[in-house]
Design a protein around this ligand. Sequence first.
Ligand code: LLP
Length: 460
Amino acid sequence: MNEPADARGPLGSPWSASVERGEDGALRVGGLDVRALADEHGTPAYVLDELDLRARARVLRLVFQAAFAEIGTGVDVYYAGKAFLSVAVARWVADEGLLVDTSTGGELGVALFAGVPGERIGLHGNNKSDGEIARALDARVGRIVLDSLDEVDRVADAVARRATGPARVMVRLTTGVHAGGHEYIATSHEDQKFGLSIAPAPDGGDSPAMTALLAVLARPELELIGLHAHIGSQVLDPAGFAAVTAKVLAVRAELAARTGVLVPEVDLGGGFGIAYLPQDVALAPERIAKELASAAAEAAAGLGTPLPRFSIEPGRAVVGPAGLTLYRVGTVKPVQLSDGTVRTYVSVDGGMSDNIRPALYGAAYHAVLADRVGSPDLVQARVVGKHCESGDIVVHDCLLPADVRRGDLLAVAATGAYGRSMASNYNLVPRPPVVAVADGVSRVLIRRETEKDLLALDQG
Ligand code: LLP
């Protein structure tokens, strides 16, 4: 689907708020013409709309705070840095009142370097190294989310060695609620690497989650601050979030009944789905917040336990729609298909190295001609990259102006999350820069890699 050829003004979803067609038909973002951006920064380039990103962070915080205040409790919003983290982005989200969720030493290091206080950072990971644990303890992070039974002792032993005082920990539960796309499924025994199952052991004994929780309570080096669950990513149906809320609160009540310890916090993870195509409907923050708050209030009332403080960890919903990728068109090749139709293959100067999501997940994206409107007649097009692989597809199917030609600029919407953060150097293609735009000014957040950067790692 393409916007009408005579469209001028804001493009709307799935683009960031400042994307519009200027008077001469070229795309503008953050008040800047994409032709000027391409001239100054080269292509491909990730362009990040700072004000859009900040607004999404702020709105998530405000609507969640309002919904949870209504049921009588508080909520913290952690930005999931895996979606995309740089020093500037860590500062922007911190400015907007968010905390930062990290899942590796690298993400933790960037958040700390950006000046995010340790107590406003969380550390995840199913296989944390000793170094990562030590660094988190030294930074006195607000919470370490334990992901396995052996991690209980590893973190407690590290605390004992470093004498840093008790570490604040959560335990990640595997609840059997899995979501993604439009569906969620519930199974009691899960075949995946994250967290500890809440399903009872086959002999009817304690679940792995309960075993770990009791182990945490037995170690004075650990302060059990809460329970954590994350159901999946790009979730478009809030029913999964409501289901997981009830399950986590039930485990909390069971632990309280057995030990007298009612943990003060519950984190419900991230995964809020966004629009990638014009016809997609994102999961509205107000809707998730309201459904989660009412599910929490109902479950807690049913269990007869007071509500905990909550937290959430959105990544994609903050940064995804704020980003677009600018590419330059190289080869344009009409390919005759066996059914007699023609598909126009439009090759751009990037591809699976800057956006692996179409190849990895079959993810769909929306592309438009960006430097001009182009002819009113459209062709069935496939936007492909420059890599040596036929699966190197940027946009599987789209309509582009029939006169699309070498030298044109293409813009692909909603590439802010899991684009740069999952980028590679496949075929020794240097990774593109991340350029922030706001109020008519552009600023490089991460510079373009060069061949020299690649050779700097090569020891000959
Ligand atoms: N919290 C935890 C514990 C997570 O595992 C994740 C994502 C998030 C929060 C943030 O989820 P988000 O709000 O961004 O959906 N590479 C995949 C997504 C992997 C997500 C992994 N965990 C993609 O490109 O779709």
